[in-house]
Design a protein around this ligand. Structure first.
Ligand code: FAD
Length: 481
């Protein structure tokens, strides 16, 4: 088989790696418009600092990430978050407050820290406590995250705790984000225990979540990264591919089908020509194609050949973010932080979505006596910031960060990375839309989709999607022959 993969991010690289394992005789070409592989994953080493330009770790509860690292011989490189600071701050009226211990994304594990937190008013606390008595929704209808949290825990918990946490991770509008597609485990808790608080308490009593009760924000103990940075995962995957497989610097500009149901790809070079390019043109024919580019791009490319599928893919909207990474001397930081970072509620009207104390989260990321901070901006709240030029974005975020964190002086250096249109939005009804997309692709044995737009945006989800796309093509081929 002669297979093209569009996109050399972690999804496309995983698909290529799986194909090499399952069909060593297949000819595989992975095209990427950038002159490098890895997609949004990129680790930068500068002046002894290790800077992740986008994702900086991944969850272990979806096993494909850790499994792949172990399979590639990177198991010993996996490191956990610093156990001493597995908490999150939230900004309220310009000041930092620790989230109540045990408050994980959308529900409290422990009641006492909720009762004494200064973040909520007495009325907000009372309303949150009434969650125990609110009738449970036990059917399968979808709803927005905002509706779910307000319904169960009230408006204050939503605005002051959950909205900033979830917006920071998904860059999303909570009024549109689907609870069933994004965090279905909370609806399962409601269905199984009648209440989120009761579910968390029962899990705590059964000793299943004792390790989480001292954390807040994300479940930090369940995240890992690679000591040499996440780019090392992409480097190791790329090294497993045959020479000439990776065609970086080649953008796929057009795609069509021949009468024999093969695919014709037209590519445009942004670097040196690939070894297989013929002198009379840059069209190649492939038996099958895996689309591992963002779905707005897949939709554009499939518009003429598979218009119905293209139309459904176009319904998945995207948001983007920008990240400013600032390096400081530790003595410029005037307070001791007990958390890994902070989130900012929409009501604060700040240009900052969230911040991560990168070198506290993973200590190897800064030399001794130095401190590394990543500041996130953009998302659905302020989409224009995701693309704001560096000379305007840097002073805006630096001034605001210095105000919140009380940091004095100029940073040693700043690195800005822009990620426009990279975060798919799982709006209400997303699961049904994905089912419709999959029923269209299942009938075509020459086409498979991978990436972050369908069953989860995290790195392990993307790896799994790449593996499944490779397996789909090969199983279709087997059943046809
Ligand atoms: C800022 C940010 C922070 C994140 N943080 C985390 C985190 O901490 N943990 C976590 O698990 N996940 C995180 N994620 C999510 C995760 O990193 C991504 O979902 C994942 O890396 C996407 O991989 P991908 O291969 O599907 O897509 P991409 O990495 O976007 O790769 C797609 C590739 O397709 C190429 N391409 C596009 N069009 C064409 C074309 N026409 N022809 C050829 N090539 C083309 C692009 O150049 C790109 O290289 C984060 C994402 C972002 C943006």
């Amino acid at each position: 088989m002669n297979i093209a993969i569009l996109g050399a991010g972690i999804s496309g690289l995983s698909a290529a790696y799986r194909l090499v394992q399952l069909a060593p005789d297949a000819t595989i070409r992975v095209f990427d418009r950038l002159n490098r592989y890895g997609g949004v994953l990129e680790t930068l080493n500068q002046d002894g600092f290790q800077i992740e330009l986008s994702a900086d770790n991944f969850i272990t509860t979806i096993p494909s990430g850790v499994q792949l690292c172990k399979e590639l011989g990177l198991g010993e490189q996996l490191i956990q978050t610093n156990p001493l600071v597995r908490r999150t701050y939230v900004v309220r009226r310009g000041r930092l407050y620790l989230l109540p211990d045990g408050f994980l994304m959308m529900a409290p594990t422990k009641l006492w820290p909720m009762a004494i937190t200064p973040i909520l008013s007495p009325f907000g606390k009372l309303r949150a406590g009434l969650e125990l008595f609110i009738p449970a929704c036990r059917d399968d209808h979808d709803e927005s995250m905002a509706n779910f949290v307000r319904r169960r825990l009230g408006r204050e918990v939503f605005e002051r705790l959950v909205e900033p946490l979830v917006s920071g991770v998904y860059a999303a509008d909570m009024e549109k984000l689907s609870v069933l597609a994004t965090l279905p485990r909370f609806r399962e808790m409601e269905r199984n225990y009648g209440s989120l608080i009761r579910a968390m308490q029962k899990q705590l009593a059964a000793n299943r979540t004792a390790h989480l009760a001292e954390q807040s924000g994300a479940r930090y103990s369940m995240f890992v990264t690679l000591r040499k940075g996440l780019s090392s995962l992409c480097d190791t995957l790329a090294a497993k591919l045959q020479p000439n497989t990776l065609q970086t610097g080649w953008e796929v500009i057009k795609i069509g089908k021949t009468t024999e149901q093969q695919w014709v790809l037209e590519t445009k070079s942004s670097g040196s020509p690939p070894a297989f390019a013929t002198s009379h043109g840059k069209s190649e024919i492939f038996d099958a194609v895996i689309f591992a580019v963002p779905v707005h791009e897949s939709s554009r490319l499939l518009k003429d050949s598979v218009p119905e599928l293209a139309g459904k893919l176009a319904k998945i909207k995207h948001e983007g973010t920008a990240i400013a990474t600032f390096a400081f001397n530790s003595d410029q930081i005037k307070q001791q932080f007990h958390g890994m970072g902070f989130v900012v509620p929409k009501t604060e009207q700040s240009p900052i979505l969230a911040g991560s104390f990168s070198s506290l989260k993973y200590e190897h990321r800064a030399p001794k006596g130095k401190f590394l901070i990543r500041i996130f901006a953009g998302g659905n709240r302020t989409p224009e910031l995701a693309e704001l030029p560096e000379d305007q974005l840097k002073p805006l975020l630096l001034t605001e960060m210095q105000k919140i964190l009380k940091i004095s002086g100029e940073p040693l250096f700043t690195v800005i990375s822009h990620w426009p249109q990279t975060m798919p939005q799982y709006h209400v009804g997303h699961r049904e839309l994905v089912q419709e997309i999959e029923s269209l692709t299942s009938s075509d044995p020459t086409l498979a989709l991978a990436g972050n737009a369908f069953h989860g945006v995290g790195i392990p989800n993307c790896i799994q999607s790449g593996f499944q796309a490779a397996e789909k093509l090969l199983s279709s081929k087997k059943s046809n022959s």
